[in-house]
Design a protein. Structure first.
Length: 419
């Protein structure tokens, strides 16, 4: 192995700040160096660094994997990249003394996509920035940024409020933008991508947590192996994940156990990272999925996955890098337990609708309905833990032998003094 490769990796930065443009430039430069090596060589070099590969090196390796494939194959396709905007007025703009959490996220996405695809002229892409009823004018900010950027013609800024009410189509059951929690905007962006002739849709977040230079990692299985659904997986051995876990208490184990058992159809197939904001759907399948959405909130990820599983679609999972953009996260505004309530309630709806509620899954769906939905007091258990889950790990969550739905129901009632 070339010594220089190990040296480049060992000398990489050990931090990554989404608000610093210099960090974007640095990781791009390193990835261009790594792209010249075979993927196996890069992986071996990452593994050889005794103190652990620096954060920047892990990200750069994934970017190099993406660009290496794009530049070698020069694919002919059209991909629509969709993200929803609500409360993004700070992250859309650059960082400054007055805006310390600014990420210049729209411009950053454009630069990342252009950098990754510039040597593949037949790989067409359009970025769809969709305002989800933002009270702070995210659409207006995005439109202004696009208008002032040389790549601005690759952006379409949409507002969900302008598309409602809808007499027909996927949004017909959505009364207003105020009733959407991300999914309404993602669906509208997907509808526009379909109308514009895209072959696939990728959806991501409005922040810069996912470097879009990784898009080749999604496109490879889609175009080379005809995978109609490709899911980014932050739990993959080659993924890079930086996430603030302090927002959860020990009771997160209870929530994961409920989620894994209710959604057994998903999780038993090894799909453990359902909420990753880096997924690709083939366009014809996506048309079928969004024709009649089960939910319009941010639990839509599991609804779409279950719809694909119902259709017996082959799903491939891929590694990618994710750097949590926590300071402006919606979970801060609405509270983490509101987030988990939405995820669990939406999962129950989708499991039942797509015909996967049976056995322990059906029993856990009933527990969620009757012990969680009816009382709305997840806040009271987030710092508590039943003895059955004290030593539980990833492989134990969702297993009825670890803690059955009835035992969990009894614990909830006793712990919360429901009689």
């Amino acid at each position: 192995m070339a010594k220089s490769l190990v040296s480049h990796i060992a000398g990489a930065r050990r931090d990554f700040d989404l608000t610093r443009p210099s960090d974007q430039e640095s990781v791009r430069a390193l990835s261009e160096i790594l792209e010249a090596y075979r993927e196996e060589e890069v992986d071996s070099a990452l593994d050889s660094v005794k103190e652990g590969a620096p954060l920047e090196a892990g990200i750069a390796a994934l970017l190099a994997r993406s660009r290496r494939w794009i530049h070698a194959k020069k694919p002919e396709t059209h991909v629509g990249i969709v993200f929803a905007m609500w409360g993004e007025q700070n992250r859309l703009l650059p960082a400054s003394a007055e805006n310390p959490n600014g990420e210049n996220s729209l411009v950053t996405k454009l630069e990342q996509l252009d950098w990754a695809t510039r040597d593949a002229p037949d790989l067409k892409w359009t970025l769809y920035a969709v305002d989800d009823g933002c009270p702070h004018g995210s659409a207006a900010i995005a439109s202004k940024l696009a208008a002032g950027n040389p790549l601005g013609d690759r952006v379409r800024v949409l507002s969900l409020a302008d598309a409602l009410p809808a007499e027909s189509g996927p949004l017909r059951n959505l009364a207003s933008a105020d009733d959407s929690r991300k999914a309404g905007a993602i669906i509208l962006g997907a509808m526009q991508a379909i109308e514009d002739g895209a072959n696939s849709v990728v959806y991501t977040d409005a922040d810069s947590s996912v470097h879009l230079g990784q898009i080749g990692i999604l496109l490879e299985p889609f175009l080379e192996r005809n995978r109609r659904v490709v899911l980014g997986n932050r739990k993959h051995a080659r993924s890079v994940l930086v996430k603030d876990a302090a927002r959860w208490g020990i009771g997160i184990k209870i929530l994961r156990h409920m989620q894994r058992m209710a959604g057994k159809a998903i999780f038993s197939r090894g799909i453990l990272d359902t909420q990753a904001a880096f997924k690709l759907y083939e366009i014809e399948l996506l048309k079928e999925i969004i024709a009649t959405p089960t939910v319009y909130d941010f639990s839509f990820d599991t609804d779409w996955i279950l719809a694909a599983l119902k259709g017996e679609v082959d799903i491939e999972q891929v590694p990618f890098a994710f750097i949590d953009s926590f300071a402006e996260s919606a979970s801060i505004t609405q509270g983490p337990m509101t987030t988990w309530e939405t995820l669990l309630f939406g999962l129950v709806k989708a499991v039942r609708r797509h015909g996967f509620a049976e056995g322990a899954s059906a029993e856990m769906c009933a527990v969620i309905d009757e012990e969680i939905r009816d009382y709305r007091d997840l806040e009271r258990i987030i710092d508590l833990l039943p003895p059955e889950l004290e030593n539980a790990g990833e492989s134990d969550f969702g297993d009825a032998s670890t803690m059955s739905p009835q035992v969990l129901r009894d614990w909830l009632r006793a712990t919360l003094n429901r009689g």
